[in-house]
Unconditional design. Structure first.
Length: 104
């Protein structure tokens, strides 16, 4: 069964010239140039990201930092230190009364 529908002829474009970049498809040349420029930017961004990753702390350094942060005083520790310091100051200011209370 042959089809009686007429076939559309697609115009064939002339082939690109070999290796000198001076082809016959000017629009394609512009698109390829834009693609090359974009690829250069992608490679530069990738290099920057690699540099930032190399400068990032290692797992060991990060673990040390986490240990230091965990050893910092919490609100409870700070309140306890303040309470102890206040108690020592009160005892030293009232030492004669405290001594007479213990001795009699």
């Amino acid at each position: 069964m042959a089809s009686n529908t007429p076939k559309r002829r697609v115009p064939m474009a002339a082939a690109l010239k070999d290796s000198d970049g001076g082809g016959t498809f000017e629009a394609m040349e512009q698109r390829v140039k834009a693609l090359e420029d974009d690829m250069k930017r992608v490679l530069q961004d990738t290099a920057e990201i690699k540099g930032m990753l190399r400068a990032a702390p290692s797992a060991i350094e990060f673990g040390e930092l986490k240990g230091r942060v965990n050893s910092l005083p919490t609100m409870g520790k700070a309140a306890a230190m303040l309470s102890i310091a206040t108690a020592v100051i009160v005892i030293l200011n009232n030492w004669t009364a405290v001594r007479s209370w213990f001795v009699g």
